[in-house]
Design a protein around this ligand. Structure first.
Ligand code: SAH
Length: 372
């Protein structure tokens, strides 16, 4: 355990850690050195940071720490997907998923303990909401996953592949309702002295918190994915209740603004395929209409079930038919491969375990965002 007076350096992006070292009377570049040890080498023990003087190392041991969430459980799917249940210091737990593919490795990161948004088809919503994650708890997921994956022997891992090549903010929670912490963590992911991921390789998925989409464009325009899931407001109000506040037309305009001025950029529209709910030809044609003029591609997600969800996955025929209609209208459409569902690691199956699920922090309810 860290003592209350110890600063957790995992909370600090490069600018903050440099200022911290200056505050100790050191040069800013000491901060850069330590930042590299933490994020590039995965070290958590100051004693091992050999280019730092002994005196400074022992001062750091007193005053600072590098503490990531602890792994409570690791599960590995038949398809090679990893899921970690991570325990936070306050007893909450969250889930992080690693999805290896031939040409990339994607880490799916959580941004909140639980979620306030109540999407009717999502397991995380059933958990209730406790709180926003701190920066160290968000970047800590990448830090911990890297440490585990690095330790795999060459037999378990293809030689010469970078292990985590992409990050998606698609785990538990709504990342735009924890804007500042998510943003700082994404800084560290993208920093050349950190994980060096380009903005193309970091994707943030949102249910559509419009003011924060605009703010993200100003601060850190990473790849954007939007959980659309329905082609008209009546249906979307039911599936993604945030739609009552930020309806489809306004959301599509926000997406246009997000990619304006960058002709090759597209917003990914996520569309969960729910049998008999949103998956017929009429829905496909409505979707084509609302996407008209929006630089978008569509990701069809076969619904992943969980106990008591009340929904069913669309049949493969309906999914293929839906995709075909969109493709014929010139919309790039891919069906997302379901990964890790045997260990409940697939989209919408993440649950963790939330202490006091009645918490509703004022700072991150949709109502509060509307006033900001
Ligand atoms: N709150 C953010 C981040 C969650 S991302 C957002 O809404 O975008 C997780 C993605 O999986 C979202 O598109 C979400 O709508 C989708 N999803 C949720 N439950 C699902 C389920 N049971 N099956 C398939 N996809 C689901």
């Amino acid at each position: 355990m860290s003592t209350p007076l110890q600063q957790n350096l995992l909370n600090m992006n490069l600018a903050v850690i440099q200022a911290y070292f200056e505050g100790l009377g050191e040069k800013a570049f000491r901060g850069r050195q330590v930042f590299k040890w933490i994020h590039q080498h995965g070290f958590c023990d100051f004693a091992e940071m050999t280019d730092i003087s002994k005196e400074l190392r022992s001062q750091l041991t007193q005053q600072a720490c590098i503490k990531a969430p602890e792994i409570a459980l690791q599960e590995i799917s038949d398809d090679g997907t990893y899921k970690w249940l991570l325990r936070l210091a306050d007893g909450n737990s969250i889930e992080t998923v690693f999805i290896p593919e031939d040409d990339r490795g994607t880490l799916c990161i959580s941004s909140q303990a639980g979620c306030v948004l109540n999407c009717t088809f999502c397991a995380t919503a059933r958990q209730g909401f406790n709180r926003n994650l701190e920066v160290h708890e968000i970047i800590g997921q990448l830090y911990v996953a890297n440490q585990v994956l690095r330790k795999l022997t060459d037999n378990q891992r293809e030689k010469n592949t970078r292990i985590i090549t992409n990050v998606v903010m698609m785990g538990m929670g709504e990342p735009l309702l924890n804007f500042d912490n998510v943003n700082q963590a994404m800084d560290i992911m993208q920093d050349d002295l950190g994980y060096g991921l380009s903005k193309r390789r970091v994707t943030l998925s949102t249910s559509g918190v419009i003011p924060k989409i605009d703010k993200l464009k100003e601060t850190n325009p990473v790849s954007l994915a939007v959980s659309l899931h329905a082609p008209n407001d009546k249906l979307r109000d039911q599936l993604v209740p945030l739609n009552k506040k930020y309806p489809i037309k306004d959301l599509m305009n926000a997406c246009k603004r997000y990619v304006a001025g960058e002709p090759r950029r597209r917003v990914t529209m996520e569309y969960v395929m729910l049998k008999g709910i949103n998956d017929n030809e009429k829905h496909a044609r409505q979707l084509i209409k609302i996407l008209s003029g929006v630089p978008a591609k569509v990701n069809l997600i076969p619904f992943n079930s969980f106990d008591g969800s009340g929904f069913e996955r669309s049949g493969m025929d309906s999914i293929n038919n839906f995709r075909e209609i969109l493709m014929q209208a010139g919309i790039v459409t891919v069906t997302r491969k379901t990964r890790g569902d045997d260990i409940n690691a697939a989209c919408g199956q993440l649950a963790g375990s939330i202490v006091d699920r009645t918490q509703r922090s004022k700072s991150c309810t949709p109502e509060a965002v509307n006033q900001s």
